[in-house]
Design a protein around this ligand. Sequence first.
Ligand code: PHE
Length: 363
Amino acid sequence: MADVEQLQQDYLAQIASADLAGLEEIRIAALGKQGAISGLLKTLGQMSAEERQEQGPRINGAREAVTAAITTRKDALEGAALNARLAAEAIDLTLPPAASAQGSVHPVSQVMDELAEIFADLGFAVATGPEIESGWYNFTALNMPETHPARAMHDTFYFPDRNAQGEEMLLRTHTSPVQIRTMMAQKPPIRIIAPGRTYRSDSDATHTPMFHQVEGLVIDKGITMAHLKWTLETFVKAFFERDDIVLRLRPSYFPFTEPSAEVDVGFTVEKGKRVIGGDPTGPNGGWMEILGSGMVNRKVIEHCGLDPDVWQGFAFGCGIDRLAMLKYGMDDLRAFFDGDLRWLKHYGFSSLDVPTLSGGVGA
Ligand code: PHE
């Protein structure tokens, strides 16, 4: 039975150089049900008592030696694999973190935030309305009936289909329909601004088919144009952060206001650039139109179910993109909507830079 020792030697030699998969093969070959050492153990039953006494310890010794060698080798291999993984996955905490892309706030969003901030201090809430409007909200309720020539003044994007009520549907040409929606949904007194997207079929360096407006609406008792002028003056001074800004109200016409006024702001040329403020009548000065306004037409108030002998007020509408260009010095409107990240990096704002009146708007 010298072959028991030989068998043990052979297995121990194989185990010493086996990998994890090899170890399992050796275990099955030696100790599995059909294994060589298992087979030898079975022969013990057929032996005489003396023979068994002699062979038993040899065969069992071989089984134990092989089992122990497999366990030891397996532990060593698994330990080495773990150490290799730990070494490979080590994190160097002293390295700088990988840079993540940082976004910035678009100037239009920034100006909308500034408007909300300034007008909140004057007691105005922010109202919104849909960008897809019916002809009734966009025109009719605003005193522009089907046949009114003012309906053609706006080069409008109409939808091919009418809504369930048979009304023509369009992309709103101004934020003024929010006046109607607000007067119909709320009881006066009303003080709101409504910033948002508007659409007209226009396209050149100063017009894009989609642009932004802010509407203002005040409805209360005893409101006059003096309230309108004071509100606009207070707004413009806070927005452009200058006290020496003058306004000029020019008579104008809008179907939904009566009387109507276009509002010009005084500018001066400083270092070749137009800046809002200073003396518009001086040698470097001039007037620039910035918004349309007026006292809300009685017919509009009536359309909203209110009594115009009790309630009256003013409204104004102003281009937000234009305000951003004037305040932050961009000269091509189209760049606002190109989605060029370099432009946004240059003109964009930090999302942490929240405008506040106390900190200086836009500071
Ligand atoms: N809705 C007008 C426009 O888009 C602006 C305006 C608003 C005028 C409110 C007067 C009152 O041109």
